[in-house]
Design a protein around this ligand. Structure first.
Ligand SMILES: [Zn+2]
Length: 441
């Protein structure tokens, strides 16, 4: 393919970029090729980006959109509404919803999703005949939609520091970390799906179990994610129960490494930020969800300065738009610090692409570079939002003004799966309407 403009990682777009693709990977990338050459190269107008990575997703939350945003309350009252939906899902509805939801992600340019999966069992915690049936529903949905998946199979053991599981939480839980490990051991990596681990939170997993999950991930070389310090109440409960912050507890249990991702990382101490940086861990920020749930603003710029990598997640899928997630990191930072330019557009796009790919165990992906998987997003610069931009302004214009609606074509592994803003095999709005409608009779 020959790109009018392509983003290769710098602050500006490169003009005339010829990309050769062999099988599912980029073979060569050459900038400064003035006209489509060879003449049979497919011409791509607009700005070409690497595929986006959504490093923190709960597919089933998509069915809450529009139903939980108004009214008063907190994260904790929202959680009651989310639990009510979780209680109604079974493998068939979960798969149908996952297919439609992952297809929505693909239309938005997301080619890789990290699904933080904890809805494992049937009503009351009853195991399905295959105890990974709900995981298989997700992998089938990702396969049908055409996205790469990292299945972050989540360990969940208790309702809180001194709380037993409630009725809905029994569906999330295994008996202990060994029980979790033996269930997850049978899940294997495939071409389109990697298996990783997740610690739901320090509320739901004690420190011995955190250590056991971390050892499992280390043995497999797999990523391990955890919800961390999304809410002040979580920090207060953790300090009261253990004398440590959640990050310090995770560090003490050996969870932190370049394969570790702290999701949210919103309410952190200076020591927490330093620990994330010195261990080379990742912070996955989910700003559209954090603003929806009144969670707060994570210290993105300080995390980056201290050496943590940054990824982005749609989390509750209140919005599925990685342009919006990326610019929200910088714009929220501006509001909280009264300073502009805390993170540059290339850093924000990097978080939306390579940062997330690393955090999900797709090492080296999320870049337009030889050897990387051939995932591309073509952004239409002729839309009303982006018209008038040129090579020098395209990267900043796309970062600060594009929306998911400006995504024109999407390639996954060398194949176009979105063309002219339409999924090549799924009527996505109809699939969403049908599957979500069935959950709200
Ligand atoms: Zn989450």
């Amino acid at each position: 393919v020959w790109c009018e403009l392509a983003w290769l990682g710098g602050e500006r777009a490169e003009a005339g970029v010829l990309i050769e693709i062999e099988d599912d990977r980029f073979a060569t990338v050459t900038a400064g090729v003035p006209t489509p050459s060879p003449t049979d190269a497919e011409r791509l107008d607009g700005l070409v980006l690497p595929g986006f990575t959504d490093a923190h997703s709960h597919t089933f939350h998509r069915a809450l959109r529009g139903r939980t945003h108004s009214g008063r309350g907190t994260f904790w009252t929202w959680r009651e509404q989310m639990y009510a939906l979780a209680a109604r899902l079974d493998p068939d509805t979960y798969r149908a919803l996952a297919t439609a939801t992952f297809a929505e992600s693909l239309l938005a340019g997301v080619t890789t999703v990290g699904e933080f999966h904890y809805l494992h069992h049937g009503a009351g915690g009853q195991r399905y005949e295959d105890p990974n049936e709900m995981a298989h529903a997700l992998t089938a949905g990702a396969n049908d939609a055409g996205v790469r998946l990292t299945l972050l199979d989540t360990c969940y053991l208790r309702g809180g520091f001194d709380q037993p599981l409630d009725e809905v939480q029994r569906r999330f839980a295994d008996a202990d970390a060994d029980d979790w490990g033996s269930r997850v051991d049978v899940l294997k990596d495939t071409d389109g799906c990697r298996v990783g681990a997740a610690i739901h939170s320090v509320r739901a997993v004690d420190s011995e179990a955190i250590a056991a999950v971390s050892r499992w991930a280390a043995q497999r070389g797999a990523p391990v994610h955890a919800h961390v310090s999304e809410q002040p109440a979580e920090n207060e409960a953790c300090l009261a129960a253990t004398g440590r912050t959640p990050i310090q507890l995770l560090a003490g249990a050996g969870a932190m490494s370049p394969r570790f991702t702290a999701v949210h990382a919103t309410h952190l101490t200076d020591i927490d930020i330093s620990l994330l940086g010195t261990t080379g861990s990742c912070a996955c920020l989910c700003p559209t969800t954090e603003r929806d749930l009144a969670d707060g603003i994570g210290p993105a710029a300080r995390l980056a300065v201290e050496g943590a990598s940054i990824a982005l997640g749609s989390d509750s899928r209140a919005v599925v738009d990685h342009f919006e997630e990326a610019r929200a990191v910088e714009l929220d930072e501006r509001l909280s610090t009264l300073q502009r330019g805390c993170l540059q557009p290339a850093q924000l796009l990097g978080a939306a692409t390579a940062g997330g790919a690393w955090s999900l165990g797709w090492y080296g992906a999320g870049r337009i570079a030889p050897g990387a998987v051939a995932d591309l997003v073509v952004v239409d610069l002729a839309t009303v939002r982006l018209a008038g931009t040129d090579a020098s302004s395209a990267v900043a214009a796309v970062t600060f003004a594009a929306t998911a609606a400006d995504v024109r074509h999407v390639m996954v592994g060398g194949r176009w799966l979105v063309q002219d803003s339409v999924h090549t095999s799924i009527d996505v709005p109809a699939a969403l309407a049908t599957t979500i409608g069935a959950l709200w009779p």
